[in-house]
Design a protein around this ligand. Sequence first.
Ligand code: ARG
Length: 461
Amino acid sequence: TPKKTWSQRFESALHPAIAAFNASISFDIELLEYDLLGSEAHAKMLAKTGIITTAEAEQLTQGLAQIRQEYREGQFLPTIDDEDVHFAVEHRLIELVGDVGKKLHTARSRNDQVGTDIRLYLRAQIDTIREQLRVFQQALLDQAERHVDTVIPGYTHLQRAQPLSLAHHLLAYVEMAQRDWERLGDIRHRVNVSPLGCGALAGTPFPIDRAYSAELLRFEGVYRNSLDGVSDRDFAIEFTAAASLINVHLSRLAEEVILWASAEFGFVTLTDTCSTGSSIMPQKKNPDVPELVRGKTGRVFGHLQSLLVMMKGLPMAYNKDLQEDKEPLFDTVKTVQGCLQAMTILLQEGLEFQTDRLAQTVTTDFSNATDVADYLAAKGVPFREAYNLVGKVVRQCLASQKLLKDLSLEEWQALHPAFESDIYEAIAPQQVVAARNSYGGTGFEQVRMALSEAKKRLLVA
Ligand code: ARG
């Protein structure tokens, strides 16, 4: 077995079980491409500052490029003895370019190295997730565009409240995704700071140029304090918190789709490409996709908790506990990306809104009761008085199995002389929705405006 990089200081080899326990290579191989980028920038910086020669730096970067190629071709196969991705690269580099490979780690520690890798990784993943959020928003907008005039029951307490434009309902999720997109953009600035050159914890006696390596890696700045640079994981926690919120939003939509697809609601049917069958019940068509999104949301919350607890007791500066940041972070990224993709496909081709059923639903309930009260209030009856009167009417209607629209004009006028024949128009679902034309409301005019505003917002990169 190859000797550990640090084996000279030790008399005997690591217990094999401890070696396996200690190693992170099985998962931090995910950072390989970012480790190579960081090492290339470090080598160039060493040459620029005269710490190594330009020729040496070239040998190093060529060796690193070769490792990249081997990795992409599936030929780079580190073992447990390599311990982690950083040693794996260094070992292979020395095999490839010889003794000059031993110069790469001058003025660097694995502590600032892993910090660099993980930030480069996360920056790239954030960019992907932000693009995915845009596609998700677009899918919502496409559905919204088709359903401005589709009226759907609106709920509070999961009880019928007031009818809505379906587009208005979908646009609420566009807004949530917009904040998620902005939040990630904000976090990206704090991820995008270079710890490279912080060394193990205290900096380095070599005349390094941290701004230069940061610039090569397109970081926006450098950590001002070396201890903070090697031990900060705020950025990962913030990201996981933002990811948790993305999943909260996806999970809420998922829950609605699950309800809507039930026979009790019957608001959507699921297409064959996005639903699954049962092993025993031949009639079943199950909403597995939104259920999984709802279920996976718990994992993301768990990862946030893991990272918070991992950090809370750490003294300065690097501690091996920090190796435990990777699996939660990687799994958060994969889970959020997977959920976003699945929900987007579901919106694009998985749902068919049952417009007939929706139209029938909103004409057979009391979600226009507020509008009767509003009708009287607009004619000068104090709102609370009107509200009390309509409460009584609803109770009578329920007892006689009638809807508000079934009352005759005589019955209305017996209740209050202010009622005229336009009451029927005022309580028709389309009119009930159209009337709520206040800014941000569900009135069709407002919804059309909101839709075109949202479309414009999507063009902002
Ligand atoms: N595999 C380690 C990690 O993930 C790399 C840094 C190790 N540094 C150290 N001083 N042991 O955190």
